[in-house]
Design a protein around this ligand. Structure first.
Ligand SMILES: *[C@@H]1O[C@H](CO)[C@@H](O)[C@H](O)[C@H]1NC(C)=O
Ligand SMILES: *[C@@H]1O[C@H](CO)[C@@H](O)[C@H](O)[C@H]1NC(C)=O
Ligand SMILES: *[C@@H]1O[C@H](CO)[C@@H](O)[C@H](O)[C@H]1NC(C)=O
Ligand SMILES: *[C@@H]1O[C@H](CO)[C@@H](O)[C@H](O)[C@H]1NC(C)=O
Length: 413
């Protein structure tokens, strides 16, 4: 068992007495995990063989929360608006042991949970509120004459008080929308709007910490790469380093120990900053890596040596970077074997973002390196099995935490 996983159980036990958070929906420690029908359905769709047998043998097991199961944007994201209390509670009920908040800043330099600095037009109803829409970097413009509808609304366009008035929705937009209301549509068919009409609010990082602390879980905040020039505004003293420090300071102010926090960033400079300025908080810092989306994989693999030497302990590339196909079987990639040889731990993202695996796209981006052997929805467990047993990842992000929690419990992770 990896140290991370061993520590996770300890942390869950130690924090079990944390006070609940009545203000944010009775956040209290979850002792009964419920996985719902999906993992069982996926296993049913898996081809016959030893993996299916083993997974089936766990069907009546009592499931426990595990930090191997990391929520992606709350962990209920497949069906609930991302980065809302609803999504966090759903992911927690489905056994996520670590909860994610992607961290961006507002106009008044408060920190809020959004997947990117400029996604309010696809994750909230902002374009339907004329006074706020007018403040967007690019206010809504309807589709016309063959041109798609557009909008770009950033957290940095608004004060935190303004953002608190928005209603969260499923991340989507309708390119042919001729009205603001129509622009809110477009949720992919494999997701749902069933839970999207309850006006979930956008949490601040502080709200998120309070809720997740009350739930007795660990945290993985991601410092989102700004989409405005830093410092913000130009000429001010709000630099990238200040932003990186502010995220850590919020946890300190809430009395959270660094052992419960896994800070992430795509920016190597942010990792270098934490290693230097906040070494205790950098021990579990995660360097996200999507560099091979923009250049040759060899360059991404080559860079791992420098990252390890600089003190980075955990790399987090997307799923397809860690696996490849050899003789018709999924096997660890060169990226995976090189990282492990350097002593780097691996976390990966994200399960349950791909929708159907048998629709001709074979899982799209996230299954890109194993498309040839991806045939049914059950194959999600083939991938997870190789990641767990052969690559040795210490955690997996998922849009639907139950899928990963089931595997982790079944295999004792
Ligand atoms: C679309 O094209 C028509 C005819 O050229 C023009 O009158 C109209 O203003 C255009 N609409 C927009 C929104 O650009
Ligand atoms: C997209 O917008 C168009 C034009 O407003 C509308 O007719 C259509 O129903 C919308 N589609 C969805 C999925 O919301
Ligand atoms: C490798 O690291 C250098 C230095 O941080 C960076 O400039 C470059 O973009 C990285 N390349 C890849 C492919 O990650
Ligand atoms: C899939 O199979 C084809 C034909 O055997 C091969 O050329 C291709 O490289 C394979 N792709 C992947 C991603 O393995």
């Amino acid at each position: 068992m990896s140290p991370i996983v061993a520590f996770g159980y300890l942390a869950l036990a130690v924090t079990a007495l944390a006070a609940p958070s009545p203000q944010h929906g009775n956040g209290k420690v979850v002792t009964r995990v419920h996985l719902g029908p999906r993992p069982f359905w996926l296993i049913d769709k898996l081809e016959d063989g030893p993996l299916k047998k083993k997974l089936e043998s766990c069907s009546e097991m009592e499931m426990k929360p595990t930090p191997w199961s990391i929520s992606h944007r709350g962990g209920g994201t497949l069906q609930m608006p991302e980065h809302t209390f609803d999504s966090v509670r759903a992911g927690t009920r489905m056994g996520a042991g670590i909860q994610e908040c992607d961290v961006t800043f507002t106009k008044d330099k408060q920190l809020v949970c959004r997947h990117s600095q400029c996604d309010l037009h696809t994750t909230t109803n902002v374009v339907t509120l004329p006074a706020l829409n007018a403040k967007c970097t690019t206010p809504f413009r309807p589709a016309a004459n063959g041109t798609s509808a557009t909008a770009k609304c950033c957290t940095s366009d608004f004060t935190v008080a303004e953002i608190k008035t928005l209603c969260a929705k499923m991340d989507a937009s309708n390119a042919s929308a001729t009205t603001p209301a129509a622009y809110l549509g477009g949720t992919p068919g494999f997701r749902t709007d069933l839970y999207a009409r309850a006006c979930g609010r956008v949490p601040t990082l502080r709200d998120f910490i309070e809720l997740v602390d009350g739930l007795g879980l660990q945290f993985t905040p991601e410092l989102k790469t700004p989409e405005v020039p830093m410092p913000f505004p130009p000429g001010s003293d709000y630099t990238q380093a200040k932003f990186a420090q502010q995220m850590i300071d919020e946890f300190k102010a809430a009395g959270i120990r660094p052992e419960r926090v896994w800070p992430q960033s795509f920016l190597y400079d942010d990792l270098l900053y934490w290693l230097k300025a906040e070494p205790k908080w950098a021990k579990q810092a995660i360097l996200l890596d999507e560099s091979a989306d923009y250049g040759p994989m060899e360059d991404s693999v080559a860079n791992l040596t420098a990252y390890a030497k600089a003190g980075v302990k955990i790399m987090a590339p997307p799923l397809p970077y860690l696996v490849t196909v050899k003789d018709g079987k999924i096997v660890p990639s060169e990226y995976a074997t090189t990282a492990r040889a350097l002593g780097l731990k691996l976390i990966t993202w994200s399960m349950e973002r791909s929708g159907w695996l048998n629709d001709g796209l074979q899982g799209g981006y996230y299954y890109g390196s194993i498309a040839n052997v991806t045939k049914s929805d059950g194959d999600a467990y083939h991938l997870l099995h190789v990641l767990a047993q052969d690559v040795g990842v210490v955690g997996v992000f998922s849009d639907w935490s139950a899928t990963v929690t089931y595997y982790a419990n079944c295999f004792g992770l």
